[in-house]
Design a protein around this ligand. Structure first.
Ligand code: TRP
Length: 339
């Protein structure tokens, strides 16, 4: 029996960091055996916030593809593809947009939160509408499972509604996806001031060297109530402890104990987690070095994945145009094809 299809992806706004690894990447690496896994490099969605600097997209696409390979994504098992190179996604987005209301987009809690965070007053049409485009990402390849972080759940919910509505209006050709929410909470940034994000400068990237990991952790914020080395710590409000939970789960209980009783100081605690993170990133460094030796191969992988995705997209669009009675010329074309 064919494996069920899984789709996930990332906006191409920069390299990936530990937040991506803990939140989704480790999970995708594991699921690629069980599922027909597709990973989308969402460069069009990146334009919703980066429309004024498209020159960075190509590099970001390659960096993220390299991060995927370094993390253990196997192109034999996973289809890697680039969103902007599948024009059918744009086509489907337009067709969906006819029956998606503006208020349903305005009420999307992630759109609201992102607009607030970025200080947007008047919303760009493409930004407000990116959940529609994400629904097209999911629908064109008939993904059955979409694993995402908490913040993307409203988008997958919206995609489910759009697919149901499409099928009811025109005919049952699209597949309603299931959402799978990651069970790890969002990793917080080194400054303890919010989630880890490259644009906030509070991230450890997946290509960090051993020295960079140690430097970043030395500067990381810890429990603000712990004034001296021998004070009892409060691990549940400490960013560094949250990294122990995410990356050294087996040791986390012992660390908690030692912190709460004042036996383990912050510097030593940071050293332990820096070593733990380095241990996780070390095998990724080897795979990255290998991948970077053959940069053409990364492009070949992306091209092969994208052309596979396009073939599937063309097939879905045939079905979509059929049920929408928009296949005006194909019958005539095939009849008159001799000239
Ligand atoms: N919105 C996702 C993110 O924030 C990226 C994305 C775009 C995506 N299209 C998708 C994820 C389709 C899953 C399925 O990174």
């Amino acid at each position: 029996m064919a494996k069920p299809r899984l789709l996930s992806g990332d906006r191409t706004t920069g390299k990936l960091h530990l937040g991506h690894l803990a939140g989704s990447l480790q999970n995708r690496v594991q699921l690629q055996d069980e599922y027909d896994t597709w990973l989308l490099l969402a460069d069009v969605q990146a334009l919703t916030t980066h429309y004024d600097r498209p020159q960075g997209l190509a590099e970001s696409v390659r960096q993220i593809a390299t991060d995927y390979l370094a993390a253990g994504i196997d192109p034999e098992k996973t289809t890697l593809f680039v969103q902007s190179q599948i024009p059918e996604i744009a086509e489907l987005t337009i067709l969906f947009s006819m029956f998606v209301t503006v208020s349903s987009l305005r009420h999307n809690p992630t759109i609201k939160a992102e607009a607030k965070e970025r200080g947007y007053k008047d919303l760009y049409y493409g930004f407000l509408g990116y959940p529609v485009s994400q629904a097209a990402d999911i629908a064109f390849c008939k993904a059955q499972l979409v694993p995402v972080g908490e913040d993307n759940v409203p988008h997958v919910e919206q995609a489910r509604k759009i697919v149901r509505r499409f099928n009811a209006l025109y005919g049952p050709v699209l597949v309603e996806p299931q959402v799978k929410v990651g069970d790890t909470p969002r990793l917080s940034g080194l400054d303890g001031a919010g989630k880890m994000s490259k644009s906030r400068g509070n991230a450890i990237c997946l290509d960090a060297t051993t020295a960079e990991i140690h430097t970043s952790l030395r500067q990381a914020r810890t429990d603000p109530l712990r004034l001296t080395r021998f004070d009892p710590g409060h691990p549940d409000t400490c960013t560094v402890f949250s990294y122990h939970e995410a990356f050294r789960a087996e040791e986390a209980n012992a660390i908690r104990e030692e912190c709460q009783t004042g036996r383990l100081g912050c510097q030593s605690c940071k050293g332990l987690i820096a070593d733990g993170i380095d241990h996780i990133l070390a095998p990724m460094r080897d795979r990255r070095r290998e991948a970077l030796k053959h940069p053409d191969r990364i492009d070949e992988i992306l091209q092969a994945g994208t052309s596979h995705a396009r073939a599937v997209a063309a097939h879905t669009m045939e079905e979509v145009r059929d049920v929408m009675h928009m296949n005006y010329f194909s019958a005539r074309l095939s009849k008159g094809a001799s000239t």
